[in-house]
Design a protein around this ligand. Structure first.
Ligand SMILES: Nc1nc2c(ncn2[C@@H]2O[C@H](COP(=O)(O)OP(=O)(O)OP(=O)(O)O)[C@@H](O)[C@H]2O)c(=O)[nH]1
Ligand SMILES: [Mg+2]
Length: 329
């Protein structure tokens, strides 16, 4: 039986031949396997591809282990949030829609091969987004999990127009849990986990490509079928539906507030707030501004959530988002 290979497959094979590193070769082989016509005539070829993929995976894992943590993106801004999901679900498109990053976006799986950071803006702060290579049962780069574990929050990105978005979501959670990562709702305060060693991370389930669900039928079906404690947020990177509202959700997920510092007799610096955890008090803020303030704080005056402007507040006074604090030593 003839194999009848498609142009997609032939292109992927060309890329495979041109690929230089084992990682690039692996991605090409996976792409070849995902686009190869599935019928009797390609059975042998499929088996051969699978064998080459598993051999290359071993080589790649050994190389990743040697490279160590160099793939981990250094956190910047008020917090780091990772984009996690199956191949082709639309992760990179979200990074591009929210930041100035220019990730490669393409209509085939395993386009993203290494973590790509970008800064999203929320009011006067920046939140770091990290686009990651996909996770799937077929293949996951080991370093992806280091990035996920180190993130302050996760966006689980599922294509709601995919063949089985509920299954996609369940697989992502299963893979994460097999790596001891437990996505929890953004409002979670208590990170008590069932198994010691598990890492709980605040997460949102992003159902993307909603422009392909014009009458909302797919969404209704997903809402009926899915079993998740996470909030569902529906967006489209294509039409930008829901994109503008996302930074506020990222901010909420970080559980932080913005507090401005003011020097005595001067106007406050409203350009660059400090970010501190919700529930932090005057002393916590002093420690973040400078260790001298924390060690020698004499008094603090508050503008914003205080009863009157310039009110003197105690060291254990709990601060609110948008407060301005004048510290004196
Ligand atoms: N219609 C529609 N297409 C989208 C949307 N978001 C992404 N796409 C398309 O989906 C395909 C995959 O998008 P990517 O952003 O590259 O997906 P990814 O999850 O980063 O893919 P990998 O890096 O391979 O894991 C591309 O062809 C995009 O143009 C969307 O909101 N609507
Ligand atoms: Mg991508």
């Amino acid at each position: 039986m003839p194999a009848n290979l498609t142009p997609d497959y032939i292109n992927a094979e060309k890329e495979y031949k041109a690929a230089k590193t084992p990682e690039e070769k692996l991605v090409c082989l996976q792409r070849m396997l995902s686009v190869i016509p599935k019928h009797k005539g390609t059975d042998k070829l499929q088996a051969d591809l699978k064998k080459r993929i598993s051999q290359l995976k071993v080589t790649c894992e050994q190389r990743t282990r040697k490279k160590g943590p160099s793939y981990r993106i250094r956190p910047e801004g008020a917090g780091q949030i990772a984009l996690v999901g199956p191949p082709n679900s639309g992760k990179s498109s979200i990074l591009k829609a929210l930041t100035h990053a220019e990730p490669e976006i393409a209509d085939y799986p395993f386009t993203t091969r290494e973590p790509i950071p970008g800064m999203a803006h929320y009011k006067d702060i920046q939140i770091q987004l990290v686009d990651l290579p996909p996770i799937s049962k077929e293949h996951c780069e080991t370093f992806v999990f280091d990035n996920i574990k180190g993130a302050d929050g996760l966006l689980l990105v599922i294509d709601l127009s995919a063949a089985d978005p509920v299954e996609d979501y369940e697989q992502v959670v299963e893979i994460l849990e097999s790596r001891r990562i437990v996505p929890v709702p953004p409002e979670t305060l208590d990170f008590a986990v069932e198994r010691p060693g598990d890492v709980a991370i605040r997460s949102i389930l992003l159902l993307t490509k909603c422009d392909l669900d014009v009458d909302g039928e797919l969404l209704t079906l997903i809402q009926e079928m899915i079993d998740t404690p996470l909030p569902l947020v529906v967006i489209s990177a294509e039409t930008k539906t829901g994109i503008e509202e996302l930074p506020a959700k990222l901010f909420e997920m970080l559980h932080i507030i913005r507090v401005y510092s003011k020097q005595p007799g001067k106007s406050p610096d409203m350009e660059a707030p400090f970010t501190i955890p919700i529930g932090a008090n005057v002393m916590d803020f002093a420690g973040v501004v400078h260790k001298d303030f924390a060690e020698h704080l004499k008094s603090a005056r508050l503008w914003g959530s205080s009863k009157f402007d310039g009110q003197i507040v105690q060291r254990d006074h709990i601060l609110q988002d948008g407060d301005i604090l004048e510290l004196s030593i």
